[in-house]
Write a protein that binds this ligand. Structure first.
Ligand code: ADE
Length: 251
């Protein structure tokens, strides 16, 4: 899969190919990233990418033209002239606190599109925002990673890349993808590892029993209990959960 990031801070993205699951997937050739700095598409001596907002107000706004030139360059570079006509051009996502919240379902759709050859261009804002005319003209979708404000879109774009890459076939063991939180619309059950007793706290005995059916049931029950307690919104449309709930109040 190909990602292109439009960013004033390209070095921030280097960590993705240096650590963990994304590093291994990168080494296996499952994904590549190119960065495009809007500053390289300016024509003035100061390489200006921002200006004061019309109408007044604090801070600076990213200008449309350098961003548009960067997206157009990324798009031209990503569109292989030999590619089949059925492969759609890259999808342009702008990371913004004003975007639609990113969900597990959307991440999976994007990974699915990627396996069919479609790349993603990720536009990272900075300062007080981006000239709306650029968004209207060139952006397909605005995405937020949560109801809080980051200093820029880079960390949000990196989060999106991480989430999409781990869904690509071959990035993780099958069962790791299937069992993780949200994979089934619920949060993960708690996990434990050695030692069996740590600072006076012991591991729930069922997990040491070797009885796989009981362990599975314990995990289902605790996944449901945690989801009810922490994220009841995830269960709203889930008619099944009452039927499944028989949480033993064991240790
Ligand atoms: N840029 C600033 N805040 C953001 C957020 N919450 N999500 C995505 N991009 C952002």
């Amino acid at each position: 899969m190909r990602f292109d990031a439009i960013t004033l801070f390209p070095q921030m993205f280097e960590t993705l190919s240096q650590f963990g699951v994304t590093r291994r997937a990168h080494e296996r050739g499952l994904w590549q990233l190119r960065t495009w700095n809007p500053r390289d598409f300016t024509l003035d001596v100061h390489r200006t990418v921002d200006d004061r907002p019309f109408g007044g107000g604090p801070g600076m706004v990213l200008m449309a033209e350098p961003l548009a030139c960067a997206v157009e360059a990324a798009r031209a570079d990503a569109c292989d002239p030999g590619a089949l006509p059925s492969v759609a051009p890259p999808w342009v996502i702008c990371l913004s606190a004003a975007g639609r919240p990113l969900t597990d379902a959307r991440v999976k759709q994007l990974a699915g599109e990627a396996t069919r050859g479609r790349g993603l261009i990720l536009v990272c804002g900075r300062y007080e925002g981006i000239d709306q005319r650029f968004i209207d003209a060139l952006v397909d979708e605005e995405v937020s990673i949560g109801d809080f404000v980051l200093s820029g879109g880079e960390i949000a774009a990196m989060s999106l890349i991480d989430a999409v890459v781990r869904q690509l076939p071959g990035a993780l063991k099958e069962e790791s993808v299937r069992d993780e939180s949200f994979g089934n619309g619920r949060l993960d059950a708690p996990q434990f590892t050695r030692p069996e007793s740590w600072r006076g706290r012991s591991v729930p005995p069922v997990l040491l029993s070797g009885d796989h059916a009981r362990i599975e049931q314990w995990r289902r029950d605790h996944s449901l209990e945690r989801t009810r307690r922490v994220r009841p919104d995830l269960l709203q449309d889930d008619a099944q959960d009452n039927a499944e709930m028989h949480l033993p109040h064991e240790a």
